[in-house]
Design a protein around this ligand. Structure first.
Ligand SMILES: [Zn+2]
Length: 487
């Protein structure tokens, strides 16, 4: 008898929702050229990420929204946006079945108005359509907030282990392989989800430092010594005010619930033992402190220096720029200060290289952005790219400011050369990034000194989470804001 080919439906719905932002993520934010995508366009949309690893079996791309236009720069996803896309997914899934498996390409930190656990809810509705006979697998970002509910609805999950997220492609491959094995009866998922009452700001979660690195290694050790064991480590995303916020481990085994329990307990208690060190894994300076330390590092040639304002969620913050001007630093690249108004005005005036520049830039969008700062210099370059105009301004003693229209997280020095800059000419780089910059500035060996900074006030993005207006989370139930009993 000819064997019917395995059919797997593929759905994508991902966002890392900063619920404290005032601008909701609306239906319209998910609709743009290329999104929603279905069929081959969906399967090919991000070849270096999960889906690229996944596309090795016969797949049916169900129409799915790609990331919203605002990226991570928007708040709560509206109920309308969520229901519209999930509704369409579920009806297409029903109409194009039956399926042996469903792959959900997710993030895990999605916040939807009126839907408590949006990823688990999607899995629940998918289950209603495909039944218990089909297998459901999800891929996740380590910044997901997930509790027991997802694996109650779905069979398996695979989470990126490194931050920066180096292994998303690998996790996509695993998800594909394990889904096919489960469908063929070669893997019978027995899973455990274990929450750990630790909440941590994302800037501390770099897996290049202990003990974050040690927990990743511990998970890898379990995976290496026990065939068919997979350990997911959700660091959690504290900027979403959702009930399942915080740290979670998921363990998958091949039909061995006792082993899953043992590994989950081991991972959770290892994390709990290290809780103090987890919260102290990186030093975050005030901006004046950071700029003074940068100046000292430059004086002793410990360069290039990275000054990373990890907390700026709008991209418009001027705190570092102001301090650099006041301390008369030289040879610093500031990339970027986002200022839509300035960029639009410069564009309207036909800005070009060689123009004199004398403008107030940045600030204002909210209190965390600070006040505008006057910069006087010369336009070095004005470049259109990635859907925005970039204006490069030379000022002071060898300093360069890059103005952009939107928030830009500079992750690697190389691409800055597209703005006509010689990156080797700078002694310091003042950027807006929490951990992603480590990809190109730290893990690459580029920078000799790295300084994390944030303003004195507890603005959105701060490491002082008790400064945020949580409504759905009681911080006292989490270390370090309370002393919860664990295990
Ligand atoms: Zn992430």
């Amino acid at each position: 008898m000819a064997r019917r080919p395995i059919r797997i439906a593929v759905l994508h719905f991902a966002h890392e929702t900063v619920t404290f932002l005032k601008n909701d993520t609306t239906l319209d934010d998910f609709i743009y050229k290329g999104s929603p995508a279905k069929g081959e366009a969906l399967l090919a949309h991000d070849p270096k990420s999960y889906m690229g690893g996944f596309v090795k079996v016969e797949l049916v791309g169900i129409e799915s929204p790609l990331w919203p236009k605002a990226g991570t720069g928007s708040g709560w996803i509206t109920r309308d946006a969520y229901e519209t896309f999930v509704g369409r997914m579920i009806s297409e899934l029903g109409a194009s079945g039956p399926f042996d498996g469903v792959y959900l390409s997710l993030h895990g930190a999605m916040g939807v108005r009126g839907v408590l656990r949006p990823e688990a809810e999607l899995a629940r509705r998918v289950r209603e359509v495909v039944g218990r006979g089909a297998f459901i697998v999800g891929t996740f970002d380590p910044h997901g907030n997930e509790d027991e509910e997802f694996l109650r609805q779905a069979d398996m999950a695979f989470t990126v282990k490194y931050f920066p997220h180096y292994d998303s492609h690998l996790q996509g491959e695993r998800a594909a392989r394990m889904l096919v094995r489960a469908i063929r009866g070669d893997y019978k998922p027995a899973t455990v989800t274990q929450r750990v009452p630790i909440i941590s700001p994302t800037v501390l979660q770099w897996t290049g430092a202990s003990p974050w690195m040690d927990l990743v290694q511990r998970a890898l050790t379990w995976e290496a010594r026990e065939p068919d064991v997979y350990v997911n480590f959700f660091f959690g995303f504290p900027f979403a005010d959702v009930p399942d916020v915080g740290m979670t481990f998921q363990v998958m085994t091949n039909g061995n619930p006792a082993l899953a329990r043992r590994v989950a307990d081991d991972m959770a208690s290892a994390a709990w033992r290290q809780r103090e060190a987890l919260l102290g894994s990186a030093k975050v300076h005030t901006i004046p402190e950071g700029v003074a330390l940068a100046k000292a590092a430059m004086a002793r040639s410990a360069t290039p220096v990275v000054l990373a304002d990890h907390s700026d969620r709008s991209g418009s913050a001027t705190w570092i720029l102001k301090e650099i001007i006041e301390h008369d630093l030289s040879d610093v690249l500031i990339a970027t200060v986002a200022d839509a108004r300035a960029i639009d005005a410069l564009k309207a005036n036909g800005v070009k290289a060689g123009d004199p520049f004398n403008m107030e830039v940045g600030g204002l969008v909210d209190e965390s952005a600070g006040a505008p700062v006057r910069v006087q210099g010369t336009v070095l370059n004005a470049v259109e790219g990635y859907g925005q105009l970039w204006v490069v301004v030379k000022f002071g003693r060898g300093n360069v400011l890059v103005l952009s229209r939107y928030l830009v997280q500079v992750m690697e020095p190389g691409p800055l050369s597209a703005l006509g800059l010689d990156v080797s000419a700078f002694k310091a780089f003042a950027i807006k990034s929490r951990v992603h910059f480590r990809r190109g500035f730290d893990d690459s060996g580029f920078a000799k000194t790295i300084l994390l900074v944030e303003p004195v006030e507890s603005f959105l993005g701060t490491v002082r989470l008790d400064g945020l207006p949580y409504q759905n989370v009681d911080l006292k139930k989490f270390y370090p804001y309370g002393e919860p009993q664990f295990p």
